[in-house]
Design a protein around this ligand. Structure first.
Ligand SMILES: [Fe+2]
Ligand SMILES: [Fe+2]
Length: 326
């Protein structure tokens, strides 16, 4: 088959909702797009542990500590599944990690905001994990098999994350005036950065159209953001706290909430590395990576030792057959 035929067979498969698997032919641009998207997603999961990990020791009760510890650990797991999914596209995990620690690979801008108090942990679970679910549920139907399958488990865990955050918010909102004020303050600070998590408007998102055609992406940035606003506003009403947007109102005609303009200058500034915590986050990740080198070395040495032992045991169990002549 020539290149054109290969491309057509590929697109026909995608259109027929047949999953693309690692050994299948795929356009180079499809492979590159997926490597970029999956690795950015993996980096985000790993960096995402930092703002919350910081609060494990300060969680207000043992129950909260256990839940937060489990959540942060889940995020590490998400990063690992996603690096594995990216590796099926023929790229080494070390290369990807190097690109984000020492190069300029991106991760979600939301993790460059600081967590100032306990209410922020509630707001992150509710809003950030809530936005992640909105983004990730459609990815369970992504055309690339390993990515889609990784997303199934990730989404189940994200839903626990969202609920633990919302429960923290609910507890604060039903507590003292000061606690409710903490919840409101956290919502004020996390609301807009959460809306930015869906990325630029569709009209400013050059890769989106191709990704939709390849069925990597199923819904546009603006559609996802709208869905998020619609469900989250109702949840804020239930909590009894206000979304910090004077333009927010129900639009009967559209059947959706209208909301005010997003500060895109802030978004791009954070993406470019000038958010409140960009430098801290990278510094912390580099330190963890470098100080963890001995752990990776030890794990490799142990794996090799086990393999050598297994090979020796197999050789004893089934000695090389001696040729017989008759
Ligand atoms: Fe996650
Ligand atoms: Fe999560």
């Amino acid at each position: 088959m020539n290149a054109e035929q290969l491309e057509k067979t590929f697109q026909d498969k995608v259109d027929a909702e047949i999953r693309i698997e690692p050994r299948d032919w795929m356009p180079e641009a499809y492979r590159k797009t997926l490597i970029r998207q999956i690795s950015q997603h993996a980096h985000s999961e790993i960096v995402g542990m930092l703002p919350e990990g910081n609060w494990i020791t300060r969680a207000p009760s043992l129950r909260r500590k256990v839940a937060l510890l489990a959540k942060v650990q889940d995020e590490a797991g998400h990063g690992l599944y996603l690096y594995s999914a990216a590796e099926t596209l023929g790229v080494e995990r070390e290369t990807l990690i190097d690109e984000y620690l020492y190069g300029n690979a991106k991760y979600s801008s939301i993790f460059n905001y600081p967590t100032l108090n306990w209410a922020d942990i509630g707001a992150i679970g509710w809003l950030v994990d809530g936005a992640a679910i909105m983004n990730q549920v459609p990815l369970c139907r992504c055309s690339y098999g390993p990515y889609a399958r990784a997303m199934v488990r990730i989404c189940k865990e994200e839903s626990f994350h969202q609920r633990q955050g919302y429960e923290i918010m609910l507890t604060l909102c039903r507590g003292s005036e000061a606690q409710k004020a903490m919840a409101q303050d956290a919502l004020n600070r996390w609301w807009w950065p959460s809306l930015m998590m869906f990325g630029p408007h569709d009209s400013d998102s050059p890769h989106s159209e191709q990704s939709m055609k390849w069925k990597i992406k199923r819904l546009s940035n603006d559609e996802l953001r709208q869905r998020f606003v619609d469900v989250t506003v109702e949840q804020a009403h239930f909590l009894g706290i206000a979304i910090p947007d004077p333009d927010l109102r129900w639009n009967e005609e559209r059947g959706h909430y209208d909301f005010g303009p997003i500060n895109w200058a802030e978004f791009w500034d954070v993406v470019k590395g000038n958010g409140p915590c960009n430098r801290d986050r990278i510094r912390a990740r580099r330190k963890a990576h470098e100080e963890g080198q001995w752990v990776r070395d030890a794990a490799m040495a142990y794996a090799e030792k086990r393999k050598a032992r297994q090979t020796a045991a197999e050789a004893v169990a089934s000695p090389t057959p001696v040729a017989t002549y008759s």
